[in-house]
Write a protein that binds this ligand. Sequence first.
Ligand code: FES
Length: 195
Amino acid sequence: MARQFSAQASSELETIIADFPNKKSALLMVLRLAEREFGFLDDSAMELVARSCDVSPAHVLGMVTFYTHFKRPYHGKHRFMVCATLMCSIGGPHGKTDDALQVLKEKLGLAPGERSEDGLFSVEKVECLADCNQPPVMQKDNEHKVRMGKEELSRYVDDLLKKEGLSAGHYSGKPVVRMDPNVPHISVKQSVPAH
Ligand code: FES
């Protein structure tokens, strides 16, 4: 079914487009609006954005796949994006990329590129998150985290599990799903915090 913006989002769309010299220039902002409106950017949302900005769906897809931060249907409700570029890989006093990935593997049973079968969590390695002097650096959805050592990250994930009504060992031995743009996502209520 073709997606449509709600009345409120349509009004925001008009305001956004009025701020730019032409509709095409507003593309990134309209993508953020669609991401917030629908919880992620699927094909139908991208087609709606293409129509709204007078560009081709292929142009929109190019933008969405270039900026890895956009939420896609195959991501978990909670996305852990761990910087795996040089400075974080080398690390500092608080730890390095591999330490963060080890905690996520232990707590969630997920390696980079995997999503929990229930659709709640996913883990990715990403390129530099622009805080290279404060490793390890990661983002959980729109939360930016620096210098998060193993113990702090463990506590953070335990708190998150608790908020989802799950116990600390819930994902031990559970099956995982390899994230793939061509694999249909399962239905989990998605949310994207406001930017
Ligand atoms: S290398 Fe990790 S934030 Fe830049």
